[in-house]
Design a protein around this ligand. Structure first.
Ligand code: 0A1
Ligand code: ZN
Length: 881
């Protein structure tokens, strides 16, 4: 692990490489304790760069030998992390031998072992933990890779591209040679050597080529790969149809691994997946898991074009591939859902995505890690795989599509590939292709790439009954003074008294319901004509821009939009706003020690929504679910997690009790007959049925406990089983502990399912005030035989479930001291995982003074600890700065 003082890397300092690598020939003699890596690099002087030495980067490598053109260089400058050699001429060959210890690599970056196999993770800077190399994305080379290993232990040997040779060797060893025809950056390199089984399928691509699709897993998990394979085929078809992009390889492989820091990785032709995002059966995976698997399989596949064929010039451009690819996977999922569930299913997907943005990205943008989607500097790039780069990045791409239209966006994509296939480029190149393909100046739009913080949008409308006009003024404000205006696409509608959309006439042109306004100044005014009645404004329909809309709406207006807004996203959003106002009001009462009483206006609006039988169940479930706790915490000044928790409990209980009979009826109406299907209709019914159980159990309704217990016992799939268990665990139900024990007994050997069991307990609220704090249970579970601090999924489930998903329990002096202890321990095992967990305290300055004190102490403890990795040092350093 590197423990030097963190260095700041700046985007403005980019320099092209003086020496590029055209070809790489790698040979691995695989051994868990000591793997020998032989590398031959064919080097070429870069005519477009200032003269300079050959620079090779390394991290935790043992250099065995280095030769240039067959000779040991006389004057190589060698440190632990860098080799510099001055070279003559325009070409050279470097031969490098390196020794590494994969079994000791608990950071899971580079080459490591997991459950008896070898796996790699090279993004962002893992390749330099395998061998010395210009390990940066603009060094694109052709790779030939030979793997050599014991045949009995590692019968399957995989790398990128095509298999060009294999055979037996002495001493029970064997080898395989792979060649990747496409030049690629080192972060897309991968190898796997393990005892695996394969699920394979042959399909024909749009140009008539036959390709082989393979999913590799441990033999016991093979039966769980069906959904991933179906998802992959759907993703391939979708990219052909929507973007005209075809699979360029003869074979496309996916491998599941149990120990993995992130979700999955798009290595060229050899995607490596965290097994939790690949393996599913109805008995082990929820509907949400099914949807995530489909989305992540698609995401990694889509990277083959957006990321691999066209890659990033440097890591500051990360959103070039990630924002675009998240946008593509969101569109894919929306299209898949809409194909079976219509426009309502599409709206539910949009709601899901915005929930994630608000819960994860908005807080990030308001804290010490705030950065533009294209950051200007970083200390540790692994800390910048953020909700901002990914999710806000996807929103920025979505705005481009909104502004240019679907066809215009497609033209821009076509031009982007025509210009840049095979290159490592920048976000400016992408926006330039969009602009040029559409003959549109997007200079102002580019400001989205350099603006941190969430912009705020406000609106004021004036109706003139005599003139029949409605004048709308929109204003924007970004954090920080004197910022130039952004170009913000704002979709608006106007509702008449009957709840219908009014036609919108602007400068003589009429649109039936929704109209797109382009706000490109600090403040701007539009006048709609022929407005026959005083309208209600529906602003930012479909969440047309990633901003906070400050709407000054009274309760009656919110209730009206919650019942009638013609835009399903905004109808949901109106409900969320009313809920937020209600919860935050109750939290203020709780903080001040006043008695809690739910406002009747809200109860009435909520009751009407609950009673609306015309709603699609998936949408209904979204509309009736309260905003997420972390989002609400962010909206509270100061953040007071205990008061918020009290308010949420009160509201859930109150709504559960008042509407007990309706919840129970609706729960019964949501039963799904027949075998499990991953289908939007069934998924929606299960979501709504489970939400009913949540409210009933929160309210302590005996009939609710009984219904949950029954569903738990009779469940035909994981969504029903976990939904029922979750309702019991999030309540004071007497059945709570026995249900948890039964679940554990049923899945005792299923490590992926046990993650759900850990997470559920770590995230448990204390409905029984006499019960011990959740921390006591978390500590117990740390010692559970199924827990392993070396397995990221386990850490994310148990510690993430507590630090991130349970603010009401976690935020206490004991919780904060426990956090410090755990971050220090994790730092020594896996810096990336430790840094992710460390982020749970970065918003400490927004909390109540008492909590700030214990948070600060905890942060200082970590900051002062020995051997801090750059990953964690950056997080706590920025938090304390
Ligand atoms: N590029 C992958 C995510 C990923 C990023 C970093 C990793 O290790 C530090 C691993 C995976 C994706 O977007 O899916
Ligand atoms: Zn990605």
């Amino acid at each position: 692990m590197r423990t030097d003082t963190p260095q700041t890397i700046r985007r403005a300092d980019y320099q092209p490489l003086a020496w590029t690598v055209t070809d790489v020939d790698l040979h691995f003699a695989l051994d868990p304790a000591a793997t020998l890596v032989r590398s031959r690099l064919t080097l070429k002087r870069n005519p477009r760069a200032p003269a300079g030495p050959l620079v090779l980067l390394g991290d935790e490598l043992e250099l065995v030998s280095l030769q240039i053109d067959g000779r040991t260089p006389a004057a190589a400058r060698i440190t632990d992390t860098r080799i510099e050699v001055d070279l003559d001429g325009d070409t050279a060959t470097a031969d490098i031998v390196t020794r590494i210890a994969p079994a000791k690599n608990t950071a899971l970056s580079g080459l490591y072992t997991s459950r008896g196999g070898f796996f790699t993770q090279c993004e962002a800077e893992g390749f330099r933990r395998i061998t010395w190399f210009p390990d940066r994305p603009d060094a694109m080379a052709r790779y030939t890779v030979t793997l050599e290993a014991d045949k009995a232990s590692y019968p399957v040997l995989l790398s990128n591209g095509n298999l060009v040779g294999h055979g037996e060797l002495a001493d029970g060893r064997h080898f395989a040679r792979w060649q990747d025809p496409f030049p690629k950056p080192s972060y897309l390199f991968a190898l796997v050597a393990a005892d695996l089984a394969v699920n394979e399928r042959r399909i024909t691509t749009m140009s008539g080529r036959e390709v082989l699709l393979q999913i590799w897993t441990e033999t016991a998990a093979l039966e769980r790969t069906g959904h991933a394979m179906e998802s992959l085929v759907r993703a391939i078809r979708w990219d052909e149809e929507r973007f005209g992009l075809e699979l360029d390889l003869e074979r496309f492989m996916i491998v599941a691994v149990s120990d993995f820091n992130m979700g999955a990785m798009e290595n060229k032709g050899l995607n490596i997946f965290n097994s939790k995002l690949l393996l599913a059966t109805p008995d082990t995976a929820t509907d949400v898991d099914y949807e995530s698997i489909e989305a992540v399989v698609a995401h990694e596949y889509f990277h083959n074009w957006t990321g691999n064929r066209v890659t990033c010039r440097d890591w500051f451009q990360l959103t070039l591939k990630e924002g675009l690819t998240v946008f593509r996977d969101q569109e894919f999922t929306a299209d898949m859902l809409a194909a079976e569930g219509g426009d309502s299913a599409r709206a539910v997907k949009r709601i899901d995505d915005v929930r994630v943005l608000r819960a994860a990205q908005f807080p990030e943008d308001a804290g010490p890690m705030a950065h533009p989607i294209r950051p200007d500097s970083y200390q540790e790039i692994n800390n910048f795989y953020t909700a901002t780069v990914y999710e806000k990045g996807a929103e920025v791409i979505r705005m481009l599509q909104t502004l240019l239209g679907r066809d215009g966006f497609r033209k821009g994509m076509d031009l982007y590939f025509a210009r840049h296939d095979g290159q490592a480029v920048t976000c400016d190149d992408f926006v330039a292709a969009m602009a040029d393909a559409n003959g549109r100046d997007l200079t102002q739009f580019l400001r989205w790439y350099s603006r941190p913080g969430t912009p705020r949008l406000s609106a004021s409308g004036r109706y003139d009954a005599a003139a029949q006009t409605y004048t709308l003024t929109l204003a924007q404000r970004s954090a920080g003074a004197a910022d130039e205006a952004l170009l913000i696409p704002v979709a608006v509608g106007l509702l008449g008294a009957d709840g219908r959309d009014l036609p919108l006439t602007l400068a003589g042109a009429t649109a039936p319901g929704t109209r797109l306004l382009e706000l490109d100044a600090a403040e701007q005014t539009w006048t709609f004509t022929g407005v026959a009645e005083r309208p209600v404004l529906s602003l930012l329909r479909g969440f047309s821009a990633p901003v906070i809309a400050d709407l000054d709406e009274d309760d009656a207006t919110l209730a009206f939009r919650m019942a009638h807004d013609g835009d399903p996203f905004n109808r949901w959003d109106a409900a969320q706003r009313f809920m937020e106002r209600t919860v935050l009001g109750l939290a203020a009462d709780a903080a001040a020690g006043r008695p809690l009483a739910t406002p009747e206006a809200f109860v009435a609006a909520f009751g009407a929504l609950l009673a609306d039988d015309a709603l699609d169940p998936a949408f209904h479930a979204q509309a009736l679910a309260l905003p997420g706790e972390s989002y609400l915490l962010e909206r509270m000044t100061p953040a007071d997690p205990a008061a918020l928790r009290t308010a949420l409990m009160h509201l859930l209980r109150d709504l559960g009790k008042r509407f007990a009979a309706d919840w129970l009826d609706r729960h019964l109406d949501c039963r799904v007959a027949g075998d499990y299907r991953y289908h939007p209709r069934d998924v929606g019914l299960r979501a709504l049925g489970n939400l009913c159980l949540r409210y009933l159990c929160a309210a302590g309704e005996l009939a609710g406990f009984a219904a949950a217990e029954r569903q738990f016992a009779q469940a035909g799939n994981m969504s029903e089983r976990l939904g029922a268990l979750g309702a019991l665990v999030h309540s004071a139900a007497p059945q709570r502990d026995s249900a948890l024990a039964a679940f554990h007994a049923h899945y005792a050997t299923d490590t992926l399912v046990l993650d759900k069991w850990f997470a559920l307990q770590a995230g448990a609220w204390r409905w029984d005030p006499a019960a011990a704090p959740t921390l006591a249970r978390v500590r117990q579970l740390l010692a559970h035989p199924a827990f392993a601090a070396t397995n990221p999924n386990k850490v994310y489930a148990l510690l993430g479930g507590y630090f991130r998903a349970n603010p009401g329990e976690f935020h206490s002096p004991d919780g904060h001291a426990f956090w410090a202890e755990q971050i220090v321990a994790l730092n020594a095992i896996n810096p990336q995982v430790a840094a992710r967990m460390a982020r749970a305290l970065e918003r400490w300055r927004s909390f109540t003074p008492a909590l700030q004190a214990s948070m600060r102490r905890a942060l200082e403890t970590v900051a002062a600890s020995e051997g801090l990795s750059p990953d964690v040092a950056e997080i706590v350093g920025k938090a304390l700065a």
